[in-house]
Ligand binder design. Structure first.
Ligand code: UTP
Length: 458
């Protein structure tokens, strides 16, 4: 058994080994108290494998993992129903403050933040989800559609729009290479920044033990879209945003190609209200739709996960027959930069626990849930805001998430939504639509007024 200190041969994000060498095998074993099984293949590993594995193990917060495992049965306990109320929401199409939003964009005071670190396991696509060729006629990727919308904002309003793209260890390299290969889809490379979110190990459901993906590595997964906050701070991007004069960060998710990125009316309302956080809202399809809902809790704004919402509360209706908690979340937010800075200083968001099937060295093809995974959710930051604002948007105009390989929220439904959206917007702009149409985000729809349009318009 090798007991010599381990040489450092690989970069290490979690542990500063520049001053002290990695510990000996015995010391590593001692530090792993309760998780020593992780070293059971140690004798078979090369020096390089030992080094990288030791670095991974030393970056863990074992106390936190122990506590998370102990609290695995705690479900989120909602307060008494009388403390939970409906939210007030600005109706769609309110253009009241649109000039203010345009002004912020033209001054370069708005950055956009695209989160693309997820594993996309439900879609089952063999590449990062952002590569998915979702354009119904153009076959443009999700990333291209988003990038062209940002480009269109810059062309329309003149300001630079700093674009932040959050990746995870699994999606980072391919995502950067994809943007480079496609010349950033026309964006200026120095206005695009990629940053990686953190990871969390999975634990065995039965025992709370760390799971090994290989004999020399842990099974790790991204720490949820709530990992955005810590990753923004640790990457140094929060400071860069400040230096660039950014005041508002528009947050959206890679899987929604209908999102109106940095919609000036939404930004204008957010700024006029001096809100710390603003969010878009879509009416829930029905009481049992699997979507988070906005509510007030003791006067604060919260999003309640569908799995935490008791059916009785979900089904409650108002006098007009509408659901009391009707406001679903399409995961579109605007954050005040100072608020984000304050939040990164106030400690991390809580972890949510999920039971998942995780293939690992002892169970390569699990047939049932065998592990716990831990994720943070971005919307847990909402109740920390003193001032917040919600604005309704229509689902068919702004929310078509790509989640599944078939059925709801699948390529077929998302492409149909994109076609319907193009047709509707062209008709509103005074065009005559013939057959299926898809319009590039780079077009101004007014240019089609009085024209006949069909097919893919680029
Ligand atoms: P989802 O919660 O739908 O997860 O992410 P997912 O990884 O895309 O898909 P499944 O659940 O494995 O099938 C919603 C958005 O949040 C991002 C995703 O990339 C997507 O844009 N996300 C999710 C992250 O950036 N990091 C995460 O750790 C999780």
């Amino acid at each position: 058994m090798n007991t010599a200190p381990l040489p450092l041969t690989s970069p290490n994000r979690g542990v500063d080994t520049s001053r002290s060498p990695l510990p000996s095998y015995t010391e590593l074993l001692r530090r792993l108290a309760g998780q020593e099984h992780a070293l059971r293949y140690w004798d078979t590993l090369s020096d390089h494998q030992r080094t990288t594995f030791a670095v991974q193990l030393l970056s863990l917060n074992l106390d936190e993992l122990r506590q998370l495992y102990q609290r695995r049965h705690e479900t989120s306990v909602l307060p008494a129903p009388e403390r939970i109320g409906p939210v007030s929401v600005i109706p769609p199409d309110s253009k009241q403050h649109v000039e203010r939003g345009i002004d912020a964009l033209s001054r370069g005071e708005v950055a956009v933040l695209l989160v693309a670190g997820g594993q996309g396991s439900r879609l089952g696509f063999d590449a990062p989800k952002g590569f998915y060729p979702v354009g119904p006629l153009s076959r443009k990727s999700l990333f291209q559609l988003h990038a062209e919308k940002v480009l269109a904002l810059q062309q329309r309003y003149g300001g630079r729009v700093f674009t932040l793209i959050m990746t995870s260890p699994a999606t980072h390299g391919p995502t950067v290479a994809f943007f480079e290969h496609h010349r950033y889809f026309g964006l200026t490379p120095s206005d695009v920044a990629f940053f990686q979110q953190g990871t969390m190990p999975a634990l065995c459901l039965e025992t709370g033990k760390l799971l090994l993906e290989t004999p020399s590595s842990l099974f790790l997964s991204p720490d949820g879209h709530g990992g955005t906050l810590t990753a923004l701070a640790s990457s140094g991007l929060l400071s860069q945003l400040r230096e660039r004069g950014v005041r508002t960060v528009f947050y959206f998710q890679v899987d929604n190609p209908l999102v109106r990125i940095a919609d000036p009316a939404f930004l204008g309302h957010h700024l006029a209200a001096q809100a710390e956080v603003s969010s878009k809202v879509v009416a829930k399809r029905n009481a049992v739709e699997r979507a988070g809902v906005f509510a007030t809790m003791d006067g604060r704004c919260v999003v309640i996960e569908y799995s935490d919402l008791p059916r009785s509360l979900a089904e409650e209706t108002q006098a007009d027959g509408r659901l009391r908690l009707w406001a679903g979340s399409p995961a579109i937010h605007a954050f005040d930069l100072e608020f984000l800075q304050r939040m990164t200083g106030e400690g991390c968001l809580p972890f949510h626990v999920a039971r998942k099937k995780v293939p690992h060295v002892d169970d390569p093809s699990p047939v049932r849930e065998n592990a716990l995974k831990f994720e943070r959710f971005i919307f847990d930051v909402l109740p920390r805001a003193e001032r917040w604002l919600l604005m309704e948007t229509r689902r068919e105009e702004e929310f078509a998430p790509l989640k599944n390989a078939s059925g709801d929220d699948s390529p077929a439904t998302v492409r149909a939504a994109l076609l319907a959206d193009s047709a509707r917007r062209l008709q509103q702009a005074g065009a005559e639509v013939v057959g299926e149409v898809e319009v590039s985000p780079l077009y101004r729809l007014e240019d089609f007024s009085g024209r006949q349009v069909s097919g893919y318009v680029e």
